[in-house]
Ligand binder design. Structure first.
Ligand SMILES: Cc1cc2nc3c(=O)[nH]c(=O)nc-3n(C[C@H](O)[C@H](O)[C@H](O)COP(=O)(O)OP(=O)(O)OC[C@H]3O[C@@H](n4cnc5c(N)ncnc54)[C@H](O)[C@@H]3O)c2cc1C
Length: 405
């Protein structure tokens, strides 16, 4: 394994040294691929996992080393050229050449695994104390800020905003969560469960200022001082976290001629062009409904799609049809979702009881099960997954046809 140097030719070039890139490499090696593999990643760290960044790293419960996806020895055994701290600048699909900050690299196959970058809000010039959370460095910087600044406003009521609010509150901070929807994660979980989540946050002492957008971030003497909402209310803050979604990292592909539409557009086999594949948060591929496309941002998808991409690089023509899965941990609650929850889905509690803090929800669209959610019921949720597999193989509304970003 090398961490620097100029490489001109490789068998497979993976751009993005994170979970989807690393899983692609491992699947290739497991399948007996012996040729050279090069991985280019713009972060300085060995590949690490992001879910703990809004939980155990932000709270200080874990040291950063614990997020490593693989031990250095395991990485070394993969026998890859790992170019960390180097950025891909452009791609020429006709020759499969990627210009990187360590020089041009030509490959038999290129894997685009560059993930996504956080959306930002305008901040008054020279104002400190406004953060986003995507990288390990982001999480460590925010943790330091939390230690010195007890009044937090989290802008964004999605999964990341809800997790950050929970972690900040458990660290004893004064937390306000704000966003345009009426309840945390209403877009991802639907009303029934989002209402439970709103109660959970309220019980733990988070102030919810929801159902209203942010007008602007305010600063005073070079430091953030609050957030003004569209209804003119001002939420005072000594630190603001902006968690309003992420944009697929395709900036380096603008002149490539690849089809870019809120992600790298692929066919059902995850191929974006001859010998070029996309995987993980950056990839968009056809959904099961005609004319729909899907892009998923979750940890399990990144690993599952990587297996399909590796197989297809080696000559398979496997179609990627996942049953999406994601989880979130907030306070004492683990929520797990198998399938896709659409706004028009009918939600029914089929086991447990929300009042007891353990329940299972089944979602249906046009009578077809589309998702199962477990609230502190992991085993039961996993067992119900079978009905989604059966529904996926039957004709009718599909599990990954909607809820794409
Ligand atoms: C804070 C946080 C918490 C999360 N929690 C959960 C959770 O609880 N459950 C869950 O299911 N999912 C969770 N996720 C989502 C999950 O982590 C992502 O879906 C997953 O990381 C996607 O992996 P990826 O490899 O596609 O992209 P990424 O992990 O984003 O990796 C892409 C890599 O490519 C690099 N890169 C970008 N552009 C270039 C370039 N031009 N050249 C070189 N390198 C480049 C990036 O710096 C990055 O290192 C969380 C995400 C975050 C940010």
């Amino acid at each position: 394994m090398t961490t620097s140097g100029r490489i001109r030719r490789t068998g497979v070039l993976v751009v993005g040294a994170s979970v989807s890139g690393l899983n692609t490499v491992e699947a290739l090696r497991r399948s007996g691929f012996r040729d050279r593999i090069t991985v280019v990643g713009d972060e300085p760290h060995l590949p690490y996992d992001r879910p703990p960044l809004s939980k155990q790293i932000l709270s200080g419960a874990w040291r950063p080393e614990r997020t490593l996806l693989r031990a250095p020895r395991v990485l070394a055994d993969l026998n890859i050229d790992l170019l960390l701290g180097h950025r891909a600048l452009s791609l020429d699909p006709s020759t499969r050449t990627v210009l990187t900050t360590s020089g041009p690299i030509t490959a038999d196959a290129v894997v685009i695994a560059t993930g996504a970058t956080p959306r930002a809000l305008p901040v008054p010039d020279g104002t400190s104390g406004v953060h986003v959370l995507r990288t390990l460095d982001d999480s460590l910087a925010l943790r330091d800020e939390f230690a010195a600044n007890p009044r937090v406003v989290v802008v964004g009521e999605g999964v990341l905003g809800a997790e950050i609010s929970a972690t900040a509150r458990q660290s004893g901070l004064d937390v306000t969560m704000t966003g345009p929807l009426h309840a945390p994660m209403a877009a991802q979980l639907g009303d029934l469960v989002a209402t439970q989540l709103a109660d959970l946050h309220t019980r733990h002492g988070v102030a919810l200022r929801l159902g209203v957008g942010v007008q602007r971030i305010l600063g005073e003497n070079g430091r953030v001082s609050g957030v003004r909402l569209e209804n003119s209310q001002i939420l005072p803050a000594s630190v603001v976290v902006v968690a309003i979604g992420a944009i697929p990292a395709t900036d380096w592909l603008t002149d490539s001629g690849l089809s870019l539409d809120r992600g790298v557009v692929c066919d059902a086999t995850c191929r974006a062009a001859d010998g070029i594949y996309a995987v993980g948060d950056v990839a968009r591929w056809p959904g099961n409904d005609v004319n729909s496309t899907v892009r998923l941002e979750n940890r399990t998808h990144a690993a599952e799609q990587a297996a399909v991409v590796a197989a297809n690089i080696l000559g398979a023509e496997d179609v990627y049809r996942p049953i999406p899965y994601f989880w979130t941990d907030q306070y004492e609650v683990k929520i797990q979702v198998h399938g896709t929850i659409t706004p028009d889905a009918r939600a029914t509690v089929v086991d447990g009881d929300p009042a007891q803090g353990r329940f299972l929800v089944r979602y249906e669209r046009e009578g077809v099960p589309t998702a199962v959610l477990g609230w502190n019921m992991p085993k039961q949720a996993r067992m119900q997954r079978r009905i989604l597999v059966d529904a996926q193989s039957a004709p009718g509304p599909a599990l990954t046809s909607a809820h794409s970003s």
